[in-house]
Design a protein around this ligand. Structure first.
Ligand SMILES: [Zn+2]
Length: 136
């Protein structure tokens, strides 16, 4: 009995191992896609339909502002205390509103129904990984 079951167990464990390795590799690739550099100037890019509609520098001194987005969903982007987020949006799911505020380079908020993306980018790294990653 033991000689029957042992090879099966190893086989199962091997598959699990392969899946685990693939999983770890994928995570590593995702981490590498996120720029770790948080120094220098930061910009918030608000894109509608894949085109950058608004690009604003954000830093701790930038005053609170509300930015209405012309995307057919009455989306209002709010910038406050170094963080940017969607304050209100007429999309059904309200996922974008619940995504909260972001401030780190490489992070983004997406509203699929309104085809609107807010991403935080470095001074030189506009239209790189962040736009490639958001394809839908
Ligand atoms: Zn929305």
């Amino acid at each position: 009995m033991k000689t029957d079951t042992t090879p099966k167990l190893i086989y199962k464990r091997d598959i699990f191992g392969i899946i685990l390795v693939l999983f770890v590799v994928t995570i590593c690739m995702l981490i590498r896609m996120i720029p770790a550099d948080t120094s220098g100037k930061k910009f918030a890019e608000i894109s509608v339909d894949g085109n950058v509609a608004i690009r604003m520098e954000i830093n701790d001194e930038t005053e609170r502002s509300e930015i209405p987005i012309d995307n057919g969903y009455d989306t209002v982007v709010v910038y406050e205390n170094g963080e940017i987020g969607i304050q209100s949006c007429k999309c059904k799911e309200q996922i974008c509103v619940h995504m909260g505020r972001i401030s780190n380079v490489g992070t983004s908020i997406v509203c699929l129904p309104a085809r609107t993306v807010i991403s935080i980018v470095n001074e030189d790294s506009s239209n790189t990984a962040s736009t490639d990653a958001v394809t839908y």
